[in-house]
Design a protein around this ligand. Sequence first.
Ligand code: 13P
Ligand code: SF4
Length: 299
Amino acid sequence: MQEEIKRLKLEKNAVILAHYYTPAQVQEIADYVGDSFYLAKVASKTDADVIVFCGVRFMGEGAKILNPEKKVLMPDLSADCPMAHMVADGVIEQMREKYPDLAVVCYINSTAYLKCKSDVCVTSSNAVRIVKSLPNKNIFFIPDKNLARYVADQVPEKNIILNDGCCPIHARVTAEQVLMQKQLHPEALVLTHPECEDEVVKISDFAGSTADIIAYAASSKAREFIICTEDGVGYKLARDNPDKRFYYPQPNPCCADMKLNNLEGVLSVLKNEDKEIIIDESVRKAALKPLERMLELTK
Ligand code: 13P
Ligand code: SF4
């Protein structure tokens, strides 16, 4: 299957992008593997004709928004991030009315429709930097309340309004589960994604995006780590650090949607060029603005 994927990729001038949460077999054959910010940047620069995005729907949509002339395919179009939808109807409009200077800051884990209503996108690796740089005092941060609260802690000079949404996978990790691992591995450092609840971030040695967690583990002198994010990062962590040990709060945080990506799906979309992301042009144009602003502010 790997050989056939390579052949089709060349034949069709295709590129394969995969998030760190996808299964190991997918990360192995991908041309680019990374966190959502890195993958959005790669998607904004590629000269491939076809992009196969192994991740969840908002990631494929992001690639299509940035590349309307390219074919963006996903191995499984039903792979979706539940949090991407978690903003109640009308709430953005209500907030804009209440705070005339409001900036709507949209985590990239959001639908194209929500991006259309937002001023700027962020990812977990640039949210603090971007929010700090905005001239607005009042910020409505959608959809993730946990990342919003993490940003609010780092940027106390802003009034950050939380929205009632969260990642069901990260929100399930508890401080008790982490402390249980800490008892088993007292020397281990706790590295946490800011989508986790405050009680978990507070007892962590480090909080950051998946790429930040991977970079931290690689440069740290410590030998053991408790990883509070989706267990797909384990592939890269183990490959880069054969002498280090990685543990997870139990049960392992696992995003079923990310795991819908597999080699069969990649091969099938490369062959058939189906499962294509299609976005209405007016939605695409409106959703492009906050994405471009994010890329601009992080240059
Ligand atoms: P990153 O921004 O770290 O890639 O995280 C994306 C995501 O889906 C986290 O759950
Ligand atoms: Fe969405 Fe959470 Fe899965 Fe990330 S881990 S894609 S935020 S459900």
